[in-house]
Design a protein around this ligand. Structure first.
Ligand SMILES: Cc1cc2nc3c(=O)[nH]c(=O)nc-3n(C[C@H](O)[C@H](O)[C@H](O)COP(=O)(O)OP(=O)(O)OC[C@H]3O[C@@H](n4cnc5c(N)ncnc54)[C@H](O)[C@@H]3O)c2cc1C
Length: 549
């Protein structure tokens, strides 16, 4: 028998305090009119390395803050299992991610609109990007200031990044100083969700302020195990905390924000999903929803490793105690230097063919090297340039295996579509075309992996199969749309079920052409607005609490 933990129902229960959940907790409590319960399976975000951008590399394999998922064997990747880190802590993946702030392309959102999702064209979503943002460079038509999400420049230029950007120009691509500006194409520095050298997760930007409000209750180490229904209406959540099973009721809505793996998992565990899958696990079918957990998309990146001619890489700093101390002091005193950078430093967006209208691949340029993401850095000067296809055609799935504490089966089915195989090969050739330019050649002692002997398309595809890995952008497992397999409608309401929404990366109809955190924050800003708007319609007295961006 589950213990009833909270004597009174909440207006809203938000499951998951990640990128989206923290935004929701803030916006839904701002007026003071709604009581909100925020459930988070992980703990507090006190871990030192969460807040220092470089700490990103230390959180890859830390089970205190990370679900440490991995995929099922991937048939087109030599049956390898690919790591899938996900934040399990306040702030969710925004507490462990690479900090890059990229929105994708306006065409991504116009495409969502074309798929039948009214209210999601770029013009529609831009006000929510702007509302979220505090852009260090100031306000303009595309950027906002005064929002909770701090966006800043990298702290200082780096010789190798300058060389990469120059080499891209030598290869015929433009320099681009704002990938979230009028055009995405070209090479340049990324911006970071950081402020004064500190990570700006949504826990820092949104939740910290909201936690001062008495109408928000945050439960950590609280794993939602089941959505509770009366008929086809969600009325609460069952969760496990400290060895006890508890329940909480929502008189308004239950909002799932567990991310692209956990939101479909919780729906399936609660009887919303493909009937056959649910029955196979002995779960009663509340609604047969074949789309729940399907359409998983992710960006597959393939990394080329280089040995550098000069000791100017992060490897050289990390491998010298003198330089480590120097870097530590520089960070402590000025919040500058290598500790203030996240995953990628510079990069670019490129078209692999003149036949594509907008960039179809993204490069990440990283001033360190190691054998794998999160692995120890090489004992010699090295750096990495990687390529990922921006709009994969391959579709995978997330399916429950057993109980909520056990990871679901995750299979993105990378490279299962021939277009993706062609694009990854074209992308690798394009990237090498940049690295072969004089500006970059000056710093390249050798291409270590895959090495110059691999040149044919077949070689490069074989390399992608053997070495390709995620760039951490799973989406679309509770896809928004108007078709029979779509899980949520354009107001993010679960189709056919009352009082239940999904508001996180899983609702993206298609993955955006860039890193996904900014898009998730936008989705949550818009989701919160729609939730409050719907509440205001139902209860006119609440109308004044709803301010459009
Ligand atoms: C290693 C890594 C690097 C990345 N780098 C970048 C980058 O540089 N730039 C970028 O834009 N994007 C990056 N991303 C992607 C981006 O961070 C994610 O797309 C985004 O954070 C997803 O937000 P979300 O709200 O959907 O899920 P999450 O932020 O993952 O939040 C889900 C939350 O729900 C909690 N939860 C899940 N299930 C339950 C349950 N049953 N009960 C209670 N709580 C639950 C989780 O613990 C988690 O806190 C990266 C991601 C990772 C993992």
């Amino acid at each position: 028998m589950a213990a009833m933990t909270h004597a009174h129902p909440f207006d809203y229960i938000v499951v998951g305090a990640g990128s989206a959940g923290c935004v929701l907790a803030n916006r839904l409590t701002a007026s003071g009119r709604h009581r909100v319960l925020l459930l988070e399976a992980g703990g507090h975000d006190r871990h030192l390395w969460i807040h220092i951008p470089l700490g990103y590399g230390k959180l890859f394999a830390d089970s205190r803050v990370n679900w440490l998922y991995k995929t099922e064997p991937e048939p087109e990747l030599d049956n390898r299992q690919v790591i899938q880190p996900r934040g399990k802590v306040l702030g969710g993946s925004s507490s462990i991610n690479g900090l890059l702030y990229l929105r994708g392309q306006p065409a991504d959102y116009d495409h969502w609109r074309q798929l039948g999702n009214s209210g999601w064209s770029f013009d529609d979503v831009l006000p929510y990007f702007r509302r979220a943002e505090h852009q260090e460079r100031g306000e303009d038509a595309l950027h906002g200031v005064g929002g909770p999400l701090a966006v800043s420049n990298v702290c200082e230029p780096h010789l190798l990044c300058e060389a990469f950007i120059d080499a891209a120009q030598q290869a015929g691509y433009p320099r681009n100083d704002d990938f979230n500006g009028p055009t995405q194409e070209g090479a340049g520095y990324f911006q970071l969700t950081a402020k004064k050298g500190r990570r700006w997760s949504t826990a820092v930007g949104y939740l910290k302020e909201a936690r001062r409000r008495s109408n928000l209750v945050v439960e950590t180490n609280a794993l939602a195990s089941r959505i509770l229904f009366e008929g086809r209406r969600a009325v609460g959540v069952e969760y496990r905390q400290g060895g006890t099973t508890r329940t909480a009721r929502a008189s308004g809505e239950v909002i799932l924000a567990g991310g692209a793996f956990n939101s479909p998992q919780l729906m399936q565990l609660s009887g919303l999903g493909p009937a056959e899958l649910l029955r196979a696990h002995g779960i009663g079918v509340t609604a047969d929803m074949p789309g729940v957990g399907e359409d998983l998309q992710d960006h597959l990146q393939v990394r080329i490793q280089y040995r550098c001619t000069e000791p100017i890489t992060m490897n050289d700093v990390v491998n010298s105690w003198r330089q480590r101390i120097g870097a530590g002091l520089r960070y402590a005193l000025f919040r500058k230097g290598l500790l203030a950078i996240g995953a990628g430093y510079a990069g670019g967006f490129f078209r692999t063919s003149p036949n594509v209208a907008t960039p179809d691949v993204q490069a990440h340029f990283i001033i360190f090297s190691g054998e794998a993401s999160g692995a120890a850095l090489h004992p010699f000067p090295g750096f990495i340039a990687s390529i990922c296809q921006l709009r994969p055609e391959s579709r995978g799935f997330v399916r429950i295996k057993s109980d909520p504490a056990a990871p679901p089966a995750i299979q993105p089915r990378y490279l299962s579509d021939p277009i993706d195989r062609d694009t990854v090969v074209a992308g690798l050739k394009l990237l090498r075309g940049i690295m072969e330019q004089p500006a970059m050649q000056h710093y390249i002692a050798e291409e270590r992996v895959p090495g110059p002997k691999l040149t044919s398309d077949a070689d490069l595809l074989a390399f992608a199969r053997s070495a390709g890995t995620t760039v951490f952008h799973p989406t679309s497992t509770c896809r928004m749309g108007a078709d029979a397999n779509a899980v949520v409608d354009e107001r993010l309401r679960v189709r056919g079920i009352g009082n239940l929404r999904v508001v996180d990366a899983s609702i993206m109809p298609t993955v955006v052409s860039g890193n996904t955190n900014a898009a998730v924050v936008m989705i949550a800003e818009k989701g919160a607005y729609m939730i409050l708007q719907d509440a205001a319609v139902a209860t006119p007295v609440a109308r004044i609490a709803v301010t459009p961006p």
